[in-house]
Design a protein around this ligand. Structure first.
Ligand SMILES: *[C@@H]1O[C@H](CO)[C@@H](O)[C@H](O)[C@H]1NC(C)=O
Ligand SMILES: *[C@@H]1O[C@H](CO)[C@@H](O)[C@H](O)[C@H]1NC(C)=O
Ligand SMILES: *[C@@H]1O[C@H](CO)[C@@H](O)[C@H](O)[C@H]1NC(C)=O
Ligand SMILES: *[C@@H]1O[C@H](CO)[C@@H](O)[C@H](O)[C@H]1NC(C)=O
Ligand SMILES: *[C@@H]1O[C@H](CO)[C@@H](O)[C@H](O)[C@H]1NC(C)=O
Length: 282
């Protein structure tokens, strides 16, 4: 599988770029520093306050003021901390009150709130990178946890004006592939990869190598030659492996295209930097 981690890392640019001008002073840099340790739970006080709950931001930031400021003092620059501690009420108003014009996505309310999705996405990318190296069984608790995390990240990102629709749809498609990793379809792919049965008898392969790991080859086996793939999977794993086959084949093909594009984009970025190309694991 490909490096989804780097792929999600490209989404780091949420709707939280430092603003040019702001009447209240832009505290987005500090919020970025705040949400990660809050997510990781490394400050004891965050156990009492769930800074990530969407529907009670107001109460949490009011009652959790001292906890918030304690973390900000440690993690943020002096000027950001001073800004926040002296004008906490201004900050509170911005982060808790939805602007009257809800399509004004440039509003700081959205910029600030969107930042809390980032730790979820980073966590998702990291955990996925770890699991992709393993061939997990169906209902592996780590995979189920990843599916939950995906749902949470997606819910967070989907709030009005937090992220661009294109970004939400990338993560949404990614989450579909995460769910697919818990399917009989995927379990069968892994079984075939692991056991590498001799497939030379299959006429539908027309002499092609089913095991050639090149992206283009894999892509063909999910598209033009998918009937052949289906036949092989059914023979080796039984009927259950091809339930939802069309959907999974399409998802796999889409994913390969995106991954290939992403890889190309990444290597172009690397080339511009004058550094070495990102090596491929598989
Ligand atoms: C920042 O805002 C000022 C005043 O609105 C504007 O003149 C300037 O071009 C802006 N700078 C950038 C980099 O957007
Ligand atoms: C957090 O709580 C644990 C257990 O109650 C305690 O041992 C630790 O010292 C506390 N850490 C901080 C930074 O207060
Ligand atoms: C906030 O959401 C949680 C879980 O989604 C729910 O249990 C709680 O009642 C909600 N609170 C408010 C004030 O809507
Ligand atoms: C709301 O904000 C959008 C985007 O900035 C703008 O196009 C629209 O005119 C605004 N609507 C009102 C009623 O101000
Ligand atoms: C996985 O869990 C689901 C829901 O609990 C259950 O219906 C299904 O039979 C399980 N599958 C396997 C292979 O354990």
């Amino acid at each position: 599988m490909l490096k989804i981690f780097t792929f999600l890392a490209l989404l780091n640019q949420c709707n939280c770029a430092p603003a040019n001008t702001s009447t209240n002073g832009d505290v987005a840099p500090c919020l970025k520093e705040f949400y990660q340790p809050a997510y990781d739970g490394i400050y004891n006080c965050t156990k009492e306050f769930d800074f990530f709950v969407e529907n009670s931001t107001s109460e949490i930031f009011k009652s959790g003021k001292s906890c918030f400021l304690q973390i900000a003092e440690e993690e943020c620059s002096v000027s950001q901390y001073n800004l926040l501690s002296t004008r906490y009420q201004d900050f509170l108003d911005v982060i808790t009150k939805k602007p009257k014009n809800e399509s004004d996505c440039e509003n700081f309310h959205f910029k600030y709130n969107a930042i809390k999705c980032q730790p979820l996405m980073d966590d998702l990318g990291l955990k996925d990178a770890v699991l992709q190296k393993r061939h997990t069984k169906i209902n592996d608790s780590r995979v189920l946890e990843l599916i939950d995390l995906c749902d949470n990240a997606l819910t967070c990102m989907s709030s009005n004006c937090y992220y661009f629709k294109t970004e939400v749809s990338i993560v949404s498609a990614f989450c579909e592939t995460v769910k697919m990793s818990n399917s009989e379809f995927k379990a069968c792919e892994w079984k075939i990869e692991r056991e590498s049965p001799d497939l030379s008898e299959y006429e539908c392969l027309e002499g092609d190598d089913f095991y050639d790991p090149a992206i283009l080859n894999k892509y063909r086996f999910y598209t033009k030659m998918k009937d052949c793939t289906k036949e092989i999977m059914m023979d080796i794993c039984g009927e259950k492996a091809v339930v939802g086959f069309e959907k999974y084949a399409e998802l796999s093909a889409d994913f390969l295209i995106k991954a290939a594009k992403m890889q190309r984009a990444m290597s172009e970025v690397m080339d511009e930097d004058g550094s070495e190309n990102d090596e491929e694991d598989d």
